[in-house]
Design a binder for this molecule. Sequence first.
Ligand SMILES: CC(C)(COP(=O)(O)OP(=O)(O)OC[C@H]1O[C@@H](n2cnc3c(N)ncnc32)[C@H](O)[C@@H]1OP(=O)(O)O)[C@@H](O)C(=O)NCCC(=O)NCCS
Length: 233
Amino acid sequence: MTAPHAPAIKRFPILDPPMRPLPDGIRLRPWRDSDLPQAATLVEEAFRISAYVPVDRAIRPALVLDVLDSLTRSDHARVVESDGHVAGILMGQLPGRPGMPGARRWRALHMAWRVRAAAAAGCHVRTWREQRLFTSSHEQLRRRARTELGLELTLFLVSARHRGSGIGSILFIDYLHRLRRGGAGRFHLHTDDGCTWEYYERRGMVRIASDLITVKTRTGLRDVETYLYVGDA
Ligand SMILES: CC(C)(COP(=O)(O)OP(=O)(O)OC[C@H]1O[C@@H](n2cnc3c(N)ncnc32)[C@H](O)[C@@H]1OP(=O)(O)O)[C@@H](O)C(=O)NCCC(=O)NCCS
């Protein structure tokens, strides 16, 4: 029985995206290590990480590290392939999973790329400063959250030429189903005003915290609003 004055737990129910017929040549499959180079290219296309990395030779390691950061924090990584090319990726945490089969190998790869990235940056101490600003902003958002955050959706993107054709929703629905099957409700994600955060609001997720940081890009200073979204699958 619920105590008479127990605070109501606020929920943020997800509205499932509409299922649309898939274009020919599209299939959903598990992540493979050989997807890493294409994933790094898609991360640059979607998030323009190169703008924050002042040393040219450090850009590629920064992109690969970004993918591996997400992969090593996830229990779920799925890819939509279009005619043999990676068209979309979603990574996230799932309840009660001991980690993905390649987890140990990915951690080793992560370490190796960190060393490569450090060597590429050399004595340019500012190389990772802007990315660290994003990381500390995310920590700040989590501290400000007044609600349970649950599991994390760590990476979600679709290649620019495939956006709007339903590929993102295939990946999103697949993740929601796996969360529900595992008995998990709450999940969260970090995003910012340079990303397609509108997608999450259309799905019923709610922005529960935001922060403002000023980052140095190759073309000058830029204010970036970072956001924390939560939803109940
Ligand atoms: C967010 C993202 C993954 C969605 O993938 P997608 O394949 O475009 O998603 P869908 O096609 O399934 O759905 C897009 C929604 O936008 C609408 N839309 C229509 N045309 C669109 C277009 N050209 N581009 C994007 N969305 C479009 C669709 O109607 C759909 O809304 P609905 O499901 O309510 O009908 C994709 O936009 C993306 O990669 N953005 C850049 C990376 C990013 O910001 N990631 C998320 C933040 S971390």
